[in-house]
Design a binder for this molecule. Sequence first.
Ligand code: NAD
Length: 413
Amino acid sequence: MSTKTSSSNPTSAAYEIAVKELGLKKNIAKALEIPDRELTVEVPFRKDDGEIESVIGYRVQHNNTRGPFKGGIRYHHHVDIQEVRSLATLMTWKTSLLDIPYGGGKGGIAVNPHQYSKNELERMSRRFFRGIDPIIGANVDIPAPDVNTNAQVMSWFMDEYSQIHGYTPAIVTGKPLQLGGSEGREAATGKGTAIVTRESAEKWGIDLKNAKVVIQGFGNVGSYAAKFLDEYGCKIIGVSDVSGALYDPDGLDISTLFDYNYKNRTIDGFNQGKKITNEELLSLECDFLIPAALGSAIHSSNVDNINCKIIIEAANGPVTKKAADILRKRKVKIIPDILTNAGGVTVSYFEWVQNLQQFKWTEDEVNSKLETKMVKAFDEVYVLRQKKDIPMRIASFMVAIDRVANAYTLREG
Ligand code: NAD
């Protein structure tokens, strides 16, 4: 089995460079690449018409040296073992970078969930959770939502597990507030993104007040990032979603747009700003460009149009390796996804801690702990970047890998 992914993937390329920079011994680097365990399960479930359908589900547990495996479960027809393995690996580095006492895992079902009724999805979800039951547990492996799974799916998971093992809210995170979810979870990834943007402004001498920001994607991450950056005093001059983009050089009215989008689930029809295309949005001159929609949004064909000082990678893998190399030559800074969007898993961790303690924190408590974690991780990465004159992505991987490698050596030695 090969655990390698293409070196055109910025994540695996960064791993290889970081391992070299760290001078990590070959045997340790290899050990950290190999997933601890991979489970493939058949998921049979009854359809509404009475027929049985079977789909394939996966749970990959990459590494638990620093704590239980942690990572989401996605429902998507592209899901396969390679994708889940690579995402599980990334979770190991992300939890390590934030110094959260977790390892990395990921799961998924290869299915288009939009083809099924809610009842069918419930039966499929419960059966999948029974399938992976032998390898999960509140101190073993704690799943969470990911693409096309949400608080409802987590409620079914939690209920299914609790029926077998007794009431166990800490078995999954991303639950609704009524079932032990955490205050602040919905906004966490966007908040973390805003914090990282604020810290970058300070380090690279950009005045946050009136800094010009452009955001691609106005879903959970993009809309909350916009909200908090607006509160910091930034001028959000452009935003987009799948329906198109809006531009106003004087800054969009973000609090009204946030409410409009929250209600309508689209920015389409909002009555401020000039309508432009998504490609035009990416070309806008600005201080911060925040891709918060899709992977590979900035690639070799559109990279020459990028006109910002710093890219804040809120989405996973929004800048291809080729584009990143070109941007580096142009001295455009990139704050990598592994750091920028780690606010979500950080507050997931807080949810789990609250569940284990059977104690609820206030939103202010959650936010202040998130702030501390994000700033500390940012500073560690920045200090290493300065010391070694390397990109923030490589510095992030070095901090993360070094922490896991040290723990691994202590445990195995
Ligand atoms: P979401 O589904 O809530 O929002 C996605 C947004 O992107 C929507 O506004 C959608 O209209 C827009 N979009 C889709 N295609 C587009 C296109 N071609 N051009 C412009 N906009 C487009 O998703 P989300 O939860 O906000 O996640 C966004 C990204 O952040 C994803 O890459 C996700 O993997 C990553 N991420 C999310 C979290 C989290 O906690 N939600 C955590 C870590 C990483």
